[in-house]
Design a protein around this ligand. Structure first.
Ligand code: FES
Length: 352
């Protein structure tokens, strides 16, 4: 069950003009709760002017082997008008305490031998840095190909960390950097990475059919283009993992299905259940939150997956889903923040 605790900021490292890495110290008695898999994220919560704001940020540090973590490091990039990222870049200082949810997310790679690859854009490098560094440190035979794109070298997050990783594992880490707004040395690609370019580039870089897992992370356009390129190259959907960081509002319009006049949701959460009427137009997460403020969520936008619940009974329609893989929806999972009842009774289990 996801929980918030107050953690102290142990370091603030400026990465670029518009991004920082925050290191959070985890007290001994909380370390088990903050054990994480490489690729997971943390939701940070802040209340200002009576408004609660939550944002998820991926952990960039490698997952410790065996021991629970004593620190957690996350990358934060400034988003135009972003309520949390502006605060993080301008105000958060050493020694401050932040409200931090226990790790969540299924965009993960438990270390295993094999060949893996990632296509990332912008701050999408953050979880992949944790995934690649954990994998290369723990699996002496594993190989990783990292294709990253950014606007310019100056705007690229974790430039040094990635260069260090390449120095440490020159044979097993293949690194390709694509800058969209900067001329690069001869031989290196520049310009935007889209489906067409990736379709040509990927087979030239590595044997696409021998890759055990693909990790796509970044803005919607890049992830979608990379997924279509891989599907076009006959990569099985089960080998493609994706995490989207930014989605323009208006992408993926909601399906139109008529809602029943009166409906109720029964939800099980942290071992306790309840049944409540759903108000017209609200999502099932909103209904549950009015009665159980401890219900898990972060983005409320169908992107982070924190509000995932198992649909035990009834039917729902989701406005949009950028977080659940098709196997999860087929298995019966839904995003509560995007779900609206289609049947008069709906039952959700947040504990499964
Ligand atoms: S809260 Fe992020 S997907 Fe629902």
């Amino acid at each position: 069950m996801a929980r918030f605790h107050r953690l102290r900021v142990a370091a603030v490292d400026r990465l670029t003009d518009d991004s920082v890495a925050l290191t959070l110290a985890v007290p001994t008695h909380l370390r088990e709760e903050y054990r994480y898999a490489p690729g997971q994220h943390l939701a940070l919560r802040r209340t200002a002017d009576g408004q609660e704001v939550r944002r998820t940020y991926s952990i960039c540090s490698p997952a410790p082997d065996g021991e629970a973590p004593s620190t957690l490091r996350v990358g934060v990039r400034l988003v135009d008008g972003g309520a949390f990222s502006t605060y993080a870049l301008k105000e958060i200082d050493l020694g401050d305490e932040l409200e931090v949810m226990t790790p969540a997310g299924r965009f993960t790679l438990p270390p295993a031998p094999g060949r893996y690859a990632a296509v990332v854009g912008g701050s999408g490098i953050t979880p992949v840095l944790s995934i690649a560094s954990t994998l290369l440190a723990r699996e002496p035979e594993a190989r990783f190909c990292l294709i990253r794109s950014d606007r310019t070298a100056a705007s690229t997050m974790f430039l040094e960390e990635v260069a260090d990783l390449k120095d440490r594992y020159p044979e097993r880490l293949q690194l390709v950097t694509v800058l969209s707004r900067e001329e690069q040395q001869a031989g290196l690609p520049s310009g935007r990475l889209d489906r067409e370019r990736l379709t040509g580039l990927l087979p030239a870089l590595l044997p696409v059919d021998q890759v055990d897992g693909w990790f796509l992370c970044g803005p919607y356009g890049l992830v979608e283009g990379a997924e279509r390129a891989l599907r076009g190259l006959r990569v099985a959907r089960s080998r493609i993992h994706q995490e989207i960081f930014h989605v323009d509002t208006g992408t993926a319009p909601a399906a139109t299905v008529s809602a029943p006049a009166h409906s109720t949701v029964t939800a099980r959460l942290d071992g306790r259940g309840g049944t409540w009427p759903v108000r017209s137009g609200e999502s099932l997460l909103e209904t549950v939150l009015r009665n159980r403020p401890d219900a898990p969520y972060a983005c409320k936008g169908g992107v982070c997956g924190t509000c995932r619940a198992f649909l035990v009974a009834g039917e729902v329609r989701m406005d949009r889903n950028f977080a659940l893989e098709s196997e999860e929806t087929e298995a019966g999972y839904v995003l509560a923040c995007q779900s609206h009842p289609v049947t008069e009774q709906v039952e959700l289990d947040f504990d499964r």
